[in-house]
Design a protein around this ligand. Structure first.
Ligand SMILES: [Zn+2]
Length: 101
């Protein structure tokens, strides 16, 4: 028997572990979001958007790019040498912080 004010997510049952795992994952995602917000608020780029090279540029930020290069359009204007390099910077914007302009 549960107390009326006890959330069902604390119930003991086969689903309880999965719910706790989801709560832990959600808390981790929220913490990462707060860390990214703090990084951004401190003046650093989180590289959330970019454009890649095109032989016929459509976006002004694509001008001057060489094949394979990617330019951040989220605030720092950094040219990354590959999509993988940009993805790495998005995944971990803290190890090599780049200021927004
Ligand atoms: Zn950036």
């Amino acid at each position: 028997m549960f107390h009326p004010d006890e959330p069902s997510r604390y119930a003991i049952g086969p689903e309880a572990g999965a719910l706790r795992d989801a709560d832990i994952e959600q808390a981790a995602n929220a913490a990462e979001g707060r860390a990214r917000d703090a990084h951004y608020d401190a003046g650093f780029c989180t590289h959330g958007s970019a454009v890649a090279y095109r032989p016929d540029p459509h976006h002004p930020a694509q001008h001057g790019l060489q094949p394979g290069q990617v330019r951040c359009t989220a605030g720092c204007n950094t040219v990354f040498e590959s999509d993988d390099a940009w993805t790495q910077a998005c995944t971990d914007p803290y190890s090599d912080p780049i200021r927004r302009h």
